[in-house]
Design a protein around this ligand. Structure first.
Ligand code: GUN
Length: 281
């Protein structure tokens, strides 16, 4: 059986169109501030696309490109200013930050009502106990894709490969809230391949080209590839050996054109939500 491709690009465009219309109906347009430290090429690409997304959605946006030498206090001061600005609804600090900066302290400084990444510990806590909160962008994007294709995690065996704070952990939580039976595998998991092969829904977020081979995938499984890697030819690819796995899966996300655009669309959706909140709606 050849899998159906889950078209993240098309769904993301639909979501952004909806966000644009909702944003246009507000008294004040949503505003997003993006902070990038240093010149990591991948981060630069992400930040540039966020600026384009804001333009497409009719949002106000500001970018703060800080030198690698920035000190903790300066960054905290900037976040403090952005917290108090009424025209800024969302604050995003692009990760990873240089190792010498205290990332935990920086994320903690963001006003939780402007934490459109859902990285603030208060928001992570709310997410954990199922209280209303911003949907973490990448896992939230995956859930939207599943919903769009009428794939219900309830009662399904869900396996998440990777345990990062950005993807693996919140992904597991969202699938759990959707009544999936969730297993998280990581670098210390023995028999990762055997566990993956039991999944009805397999989400890979490791960042290792060629990790997920066809023998690790159950016939008819839904395979979601969150990774953005470069192969030996420099081409963008995920963790999944796409051609062989697409022969076995029922649904599969391509890379590029799968989860990536959805992450960005969810950021826009969260910024809209924050703007509505700040405008008392
Ligand atoms: N770095 C990689 N992914 C993300 C993300 O979703 N948000 C932020 N702030 N940084 C990232």
């Amino acid at each position: 059986m050849a899998a159906i491709w889950i078209d993240g690009k098309n769904l993301a465009a639909k979501i952004k169109e909806w966000v644009r219309a909702e944003g246009a109906a507000l008294v004040r347009r949503p505003g997003l501030a993006v902070i990038i430290v240093g010149e990591d090429p991948a981060s630069r690409v992400y930040v540039n696309s966020k600026r384009r997304d804001c333009e497409e959605c009719g949002f106000y946006s500001e970018e703060y490109a800080l030198p690698d030498s920035v000190v903790q206090g300066e960054l905290l001061e900037l976040i403090g200013e952005l917290n108090s600005r009424t025209d800024i609804d969302g604050i995003l600090v692009q990760l990873p930050l240089p190792k010498r900066l205290n990332e935990g302290e920086i994320l903690l400084a963001i006003d939780p009502s402007k934490d459109v990444d859902c990285f603030h510990p208060v928001n992570v806590g709310k997410l954990t106990i199922g209280q209303p909160v911003f949907q973490p962008c990448t896992p939230g994007g995956v859930m939207e894709m599943l919903e769009e294709y009428h794939i219900d995690p309830a009662g399904k065996r869900c396996v998440v490969l990777g345990r990062s704070n950005i993807v693996g952990k919140p992904m597991a939580l969202l699938l759990l809230h959707a009544h999936g039976t969730v297993t998280v595998c990581h670098s210390k998991t023995p028999d990762l391949a055997a566990i993956a092969a039991e999944a009805d829904i397999l989400v890979s977020a490791v960042g290792k080209t060629g990790l997920v081979t066809a023998d690790m995938v159950k016939d008819g499984a839904v395979v979601i590839d969150v990774a953005m890697n470069r192969n030996s030819e420099g081409k963008l690819c995920g963790d999944v050996c796409f051609a062989q796995v697409a022969e076995k899966a029922s649904y599969i996300t391509p890379v590029p054109g799968g989860v990536g655009p959805m992450t960005r669309a969810m950021l826009m959706k969260n910024t809209l939500t924050a703007a509505k909140l700040h405008q008392g709606l």
